[in-house]
Design a protein around this ligand. Structure first.
Ligand code: TZP
Ligand code: MG
Length: 233
C-alpha cells in the first residue's frame, strides 16, 4: 500500500526490531521514543507487536510508529493484524501459524505488501515459501523470557535445517531467526545457522534492543555484528 513501484520493494532484514511495550521491557519510556533511538542506531525494519489493548489503541500506536519509521525510510509491519495494517497504510504484516492464513492476508493487502510468516518446522517453512511469503521468521531459536508461550525451541540446528530445505526446494525467500538473540551470541548463531546454500538475511530481536538502556548503541552494535559476518554464498 502506498507504493507506486511495480512489484515488491526490496527489504533489508539485517536487523529486525520487534517491539514490546510491556513494563518489564520498556519500563517507563514511551514506545515511540525507544523505537526512534533504535532507528538512529540502524535497525532496518520494525514490527509493531502488541498482544494486549483494544484495536483503537493499536491503530493509534501504529500511526505514531509509522510516522517515525517513514522518517528513517524503514518498513513498518504489524504483528497478527491485517486490519490494522490496512487501516494505517503501513508496509505489511507478520503472521504466525495461528493467525490469518497467508493467501487471505495477501488477497487483502495486495501484491506490494510485505508479508512474513513465523515458522518452526521444515513443513511450515516450505508451505510459507510456496504460498508466497516475503520472508520467514524462523524460531524460536532459544528460550526467552520475552515469549513464554512458545512451543518450539529449535536451536541453531533447527534453523539450519529449515534454511537447507528451502534452498534445496529452490526458494529464495528471505529469512530471519528470532528468540534469545543478543550481542554475545549473535555471531555464533549466525555461524551455526548458516546452511550451505542459504545464509540468514538477518536477525530479529526484542529485548536486546527494546530493553537496552541505550537502544541506539545496542542497535548499532548488533547491526555491526550482522554486517561483519562474512556472507556464505
Ligand atoms: N517469537 C519467537 S521468540 C520471540 C518472538 C516474538 C520473542 C523474542 O524476544 P527476544 O527478547 O529477542 O528473545
Ligand atoms: Mg501471531
Amino acid at each position: 500500500p502506498g507504493s507506486f513501484m511495480m512489484g515488491r520493494p526490496k527489504v533489508d532484514y539485517s536487523l529486525y526490531l520487534v517491539t514490546d511495550s510491556t513494563r518489564a521491557i520498556l519500563g517507563d519510556r514511551p514506545l515511540v521514543d525507544v523505537v526512534e533511538e533504535a532507528l538512529k542506531g540502524g535497525v532496518t525494519i520494525v514490527q509493531l507487536r502488541e498482544k494486549t489493548g483494544d484495536t483503537g489503541h493499536l491503530v493509534s500506536v501504529a500511526r505514531e510508529l509509522l510516522e517515525v519509521t517513514q522518517k528513517y525510510s524503514v518498513p513498518l509491519l504489524i504483528n497478527d493484524r491485517v486490519d490494522v495494517a490496512l487501516a494505517v497504510g503501513c508496509d505489511g504484516v507478520h503472521i504466525g501459524q495461528d493467525d490469518m492464513d497467508l493467501a487471505t492476508a495477501r488477497k487483502l493487502l495486495g501484491p506490494d505488501a510485505t508479508i512474513g510468516v513465523t515458522v518452526s518446522t521444515v513443513e511450515e517453512a516450505l508451505k510459507a515459501c510456496e504460498g508466497g511469503a516475503d520472508y520467514l521468521g524462523i524460531g524460536t531459536v532459544y528460550a526467552t523470557p520475552t515469549k513464554t508461550n512458545t512451543k518450539e525451541i529449535i536451536g541453531a540446528a533447527g534453523v539450519r535445517d529449515i534454511l537447507a530445505s528451502i534452498a534445496d526446494a529452490g526458494y529464495s525467500t528471505q529469512t530471519v531467526c528470532i528468540g534469545g538473540i543478543n550481542e554475545s551470541n549473535l555471531q555464533r548463531i549466525f555461524f551455526q545457522c548458516a546452511a550451505e546454500k542459504k545464509p540468514l538475511d538477518g536477525v530479529a530481536v526484542v529485548s536486546a534492543v527494546m530493553a537496552a538502556q541505550d537502544p541506539e548503541a545496542a542497535a548499532r552494535k548488533l547491526l555491526g555484528l550482522v554486517r561483519s559476518h562474512p556472507p556464505f554464498q
